[in-house]
Design a protein around this ligand. Structure first.
Ligand code: ADP
Length: 320
C-alpha cells in the first residue's frame, strides 16, 4: 500500500573527545553501526506501525547492504524492490563529541546510482501503491521520474485537478498519492512540486525552499505554508518539533499540536512522522487526521535514542 522510494545508509558512529584537525589522528569509542537513510527510516517507521510497506532503493553488494536489507525485513518491509550493486552501500561517517555536536561525512554510494531507469523498471510497483513517499537523498532526476511515472499512472492529464477535489485519498483514480520530504533541501522542479500532496517540510527546509521570498523571513509557519502552496503542491505540512505540525491546503490551515513528552533524541523524528503520515493517507484519512496520528508517532520517536530503534509500534502510539 505504501511505497517508499529513497535512500538507505549505514550510519557509522564514533564518540570522540574532540574532532581531529587536518593531519591529526584522534582515538574514539567503539564503532556503532545503525541502519539509516531517510528512505529506509520512513519504510521502517511505517512497517513497524503495521503498514504494508515496500522500499525501492539501492544498496551495495556488501556487508552494509545486507545489514540494511536485514533491518528492513525485520521490520516487515517488502524488500523485493531493493536493488543491489553498482556501488558500495551509502554510509554516513559520524563523529559525536561529548557536548553532543556531530560532524558527518556522507558517501551516497549506491543511493546516487538509483536511476530514472530503475524507477521506470519499477513502474508497476509504483502504479500499484496507494501512496509513494519520497525524500531527496537520491538523485533529483530519479525523484522527477517518480513524479512522471505517477502522472502517467493517473492517466497523463494530472495537473492537480484530476483527482477529485475534496476526497484527497489519492486512490480513486488509478495513481498513487505522493508525499515528499525535500531533505536535504534542493530546488524542486515545478512538475515535482505539482504532484506533492503534501510537501512535508521542517523549518529549515521551508526557509530553504522559499529562498528570497519575503515569506521565508517571517517567523510565522502559516506564511511559509501559504507561500509554498503558491508553488504548486496540493497541500503542505510544516513540522514544528515540540510544537507539532501545521497543515495547509487551499481551503484551510490548521495547527496540530504534538504531545508533551520528554525528548531524549530527536534523530529520525521527521522520518517517523512522514512514514506514519504517508501510511495513514493511504488508508484514506484526510490530511489533518493523518497528521494528528503522525505527531504522536514523532513524539514517541523522540522519547528513545536512535532513529529506527526509536520508532514505535501502533500499541506504543496508542499508549502515549
Ligand atoms: P525534523 O526531525 O525533520 O527536523 P521535527 O523536529 O519538526 O522534524 O519533528 C517531526 C515531528 O516529530 C514533529 O512534527 C512532532 O510531531 C514530533 N516531535 C519532534 N520533536 C518533538 C518534541 N520535542 N516533543 C514532541 N514531539 C516532537
Amino acid at each position: 500500500d505504501l511505497l517508499v522510494v529513497g535512500s538507505a545508509n549505514a550510519d557509522l558512529v564514533i564518540g570522540v573527545e574532540r574532532r581531529p584537525a587536518a593531519g591529526e589522528t584522534v582515538l574514539g569509542s567503539d564503532l556503532v553501526v545503525h541502519p539509516g537513510g531517510k528512505g529506509a527510516n520512513q519504510a521502517v517507521a511505517a512497517a513497524r506501525l503495521g503498514a504494508r510497506t515496500a522500499l525501492l532503493a539501492r544498496v551495495g553488494d556488501d556487508a552494509y547492504g545486507r545489514l540494511l536489507l536485514e533491518s528492513q525485513r525485520a521490520a516487515g518491509v517488502d524488500t523485493a524492490g531493493v536493488l543491489v550493486g553498482g556501488a558500495p552501500t551509502g554510509v554516513a561517517l559520524i563523529t559525536v563529541d561529548p557536548s553532543g555536536d556531530n560532524s558527518i561525512v556522507v558517501s551516497p554510494g549506491a543511493n546516487a546510482r538509483l536511476s530514472p531507469e530503475d524507477v521506470r523498471a519499477a513502474a508497476a510497483l509504483l502504479a500499484s501503491a496507494r501512496v509513494v513517499s519520497l525524500q531527496l537523498e537520491i538523485p533529483l532526476d530519479t525523484v522527477a521520474t517518480v513524479a512522471e511515472v505517477v502522472r502517467t499512472a493517473r492517466g497523463g492529464a494530472d495537473t492537480g485537478e484530476g483527482r477529485g477535489e475534496g476526497t484527497g485519498d489519492g486512490t480513486g483514480e488509478g495513481g498513487p498519492r505522493v508525499v515528499l520530504n525535500p531533505s536535504p533541501p534542493a530546488p524542486l522542479p515545478a512538475e515535482v512540486l505539482a504532484v506533492c500532496d503534501p510537501l512535508v517540510v521542517n523549518e529549515h527546509e521551508a526557509r530553504f525552499l522559499l529562498g528570497d521570498d519575503p515569506a521565508g523571513r517571517e517567523e510565522a509557519p502559516e506564511a511559509w505554508a501559504a507561500a509554498l502552496l503558491a508553488r504548486g503542491p496540493r497541500s503542505v505540512v510544516v513540522t514544528l518539533g515540540a510544537a507539532g505540525a501545521l497543515v495547509a491546503d487551499r481551503d484551510r490551515t490548521a495547527l496540530v499540536p504534538s504531545l508533551p513528552v520528554k525528548a531524549v533524541d530527536t534523530t529520525g523524528a521527521g522520518d517517523a512522522f512522514t512514514g506514519a503520515l504517508a501510511w495513514r493517507l493511504g488508508l484514506g484519512e484526510d490530511l489533518e487526521t493523518a497528521v494528528r496520528f503522525a505527531v504522536r508517532v514523532g513524539a514517541a520517536a523522540v522519547t528513545r535514542d536512535g532513529a529506527q530503534e526509536s520508532f514505535p509500534t501502533a500499541e506504543e502510539v496508542a499508549a502515549l
